[in-house]
Design a binder for this molecule. Structure first.
Ligand SMILES: Nc1ncnc2c1ncn2[C@@H]1O[C@H](COP(=O)(O)OP(=O)(O)OP(=O)(O)O)[C@@H](O)[C@H]1O
Length: 285
């Protein structure tokens, strides 16, 4: 895998440039810069409170950063300055989708409805924002058929075809997580941002998640940005890891290099850099 420092701009899908986010006197993100490459899984890791979700909230339009730029680049070369876009345009125009730390499905709707509602924008356009949908305009019928096909594809991919008509809220936790990813993918993103997708999963579900995310990268050609505490997920599937501590980037590189970086170990163990060797010896690393 190439060194992230040598990434050329055409390979870069997301550029975070000198991003700072303050909440009153608290600096949640401090002058953060990193790049995520197209076609890769980039993991954003760090101890609790390091600022990871705040980075996601800035990327996806939930927060307007205090300073800095976030640029998304499509394959045709068009750029989107995400910090300037309203939240809905981040998804609709720039094609960035996300999931949340706490699952946010429409739990009273069926699983299929959750996947169709994610494609609402395209259907509204096909209806001409009129009653065209009700009277069955050809454009709308075609868009509707495509939406159902896409929903079927994702149902199959996340193993929920048999449960398509069940309320989403009835699914076990791990299946709800997969459905949330499927729903985000139904919006047709170029970049999928996942906030702790492995949280609460058992080891088998965690393995299935790894396979799903690798397949989204390989088959669906979608780049991923991942916040994750589960190091088995991070180390097995990430191409590139960025580490935050107290809002500041402390490491950025290949998973193996990051894992062995004393600064990263110190941040996770909550000790000074100089004490890492001593602590490692104590715990038998
Ligand atoms: N809306 C907000 N108002 C005030 N402070 C906030 C807000 N959002 C986040 N913070 C603070 O910013 C810091 C970073 O929080 P953030 O949730 O981004 O960390 P995190 O790395 O995602 O943590 P975790 O791994 O526990 O989810 C924390 O000190 C948090 O309390």
């Amino acid at each position: 895998m190439a060194n992230p420092d040598l990434v050329s701009s055409t390979d870069t899908i997301l550029t975070v440039d000198h991003l700072t986010m303050r909440f009153g006197g608290l600096i949640a993100i401090n002058d953060l810069s990193f790049k995520a490459r197209r076609g890769e899984i980039t993991a954003l890791i760090g101890p609790n409170g390091a600022g990871k979700t705040t980075v996601f909230n800035c990327i996806t339009g939930f927060y307007k950063p205090t300073e800095g730029m976030i640029t998304l680049t499509h394959t045709d070369g068009s750029h989107y300055l995400l910090e300037r876009l309203p939240g809905h345009s981040v998804s609709w125009k720039a094609k960035v989708a996300r999931t949340f730390q706490n699952i946010r499905l429409f739990s009273g709707m069926t699983i299929l409805e959750n996947l169709l509602v994610a494609q609402h924008n395209r259907l509204m356009i096909a209806s001409g924002f009129t009653i065209g949908g009700l009277i069955g305009l050809p454009n709308f019928r075609r868009a509707e058929g495509e939406a159902v096909d896409k929903a079927k594809y994702w149902l199959e991919k996340v193993g929920l075809t048999d449960r398509a008509d069940d309320p989403a809220g009835d699914l076990p936790y791990g299946a709800q997580r997969r459905l949330e990813i499927a729903r985000a993918m139904c919006t047709g993103p170029v970049l999928l941002c996942l906030d702790e997708p492995a949280a609460g999963l058992n080891p088998r579900e965690s393995l299935e998640l790894n396979e799903l995310l690798l397949s989204i990268r390989e088959i669906d050609k979608t780049s991923l940005l991942l916040i994750e505490h589960d190091m088995s997920v991070v180390m097995q599937i990430s191409d590139h890891v960025v580490v935050l501590d107290y809002g500041t980037k402390i490491a950025d590189g290949l998973p193996e290099a990051v894992r062995n970086d004393p600064k990263v170990i110190a941040a996770y163990l909550g000790v000074e850099d100089d004490d890492v060797e001593k602590i490692e010896a104590q715990v038998g690393l």
